[in-house]
Write a protein that binds this ligand. Sequence first.
Ligand code: ADP
Ligand code: TRP
Length: 323
Amino acid sequence: MSRILTGIQATGRPHLGNILGAIEPALALSASQPAPSFFFIANLHTLTAVKDASTLQENTLEVAAAWLACGLDTRKDVFYRQSAIPEVTELTWYLNCCTPFPMLANAHSFKDKSAHLAEVNAGLFTYPVLMAADILLYQADVVPVGKDQKQHLEMTRDIASAFNRAFGETLVLPEARISEAVMTIPGIDGRKMSKSYNNYLNIFEEEKALRKRVMQIVTDSTPVEAPKNPDTCNVMAIYRLVAPATDVAALEARYRSGGMGYGEAKQALFEALLTRFATARERYAELKKDPAQIIHQLEEGEARAREIAHGMLDRVRKAIGFA
Ligand code: ADP
Ligand code: TRP
């Protein structure tokens, strides 16, 4: 039996890429086994980028509502805010002292920003160490993430090995589980869907706003009557991920035969999104009306997480000789 754990940053309402690439695969993996999984909102990581209390709070609630709406069952799984278990920062310090500088200097999360060093804070630099602590504190075996997080998982294993070499076998080396089926979800401009590119679809948005966004998907200028290539179209790329296989085949055929404008394909995608996420959208709207209910579920998870964190830190302190 393996323990599954993953975190999602509190950088705003999760978009379709987050849901298909991270939340749904993680929930499916968790559902495949009886042991509780660990899901948390990585709001300490978000602090490396966001410096506004109400934004942090609002984003945390949005992320929590999204996970619950997508089906996270807090009666089974442990759901918590990273910030509510401050033990993780103590473990981060111990791990910092086992992490070579060049490893961190080589991390994508830092390297991508290293051209503007004045804007890099120390939290961003040691980001992978906090992430290692997130995982190692709960002795996770399997960590479902997008492929952009693969390097962080490799670092986690390296850091854990370094700690174990120095202080004896204490930390469990986790395995990354990269979702092969979906991998990178494309955005409305064809690049990777990401908050930072502002090219995302927000499936929890009001219908009208969601439809407007779908209509903004970038397409080429092939005239309505001409046949179109479904394999190079941004609308089709997303449609394939959310519509049933028979509908996908039917729409592909319409692309190839010509006589269909992209507006029609976009409408089909919009409707497919509403159908695919009908339950999640309904639950999300309910949860947003009752934030106290979200907080309550988080607090229950935090009590469970805290107990495990305490036990593990005791062992770590003993291993280091601090007990
Ligand atoms: P963003 O790029 O929008 O800032 P994050 O970096 O916060 O998204 O990603 C949160 C989680 O969602 C990660 O596990 C990441 O791998 C996954 N993810 C984000 N965007 C995509 C995407 N376009 N396709 C697949 N997975 C994604
Ligand atoms: N760095 C991850 C991301 O940006 C979020 C994260 C933080 C995480 N701690 C984690 C993911 C631990 C998995 C396990 O998506």
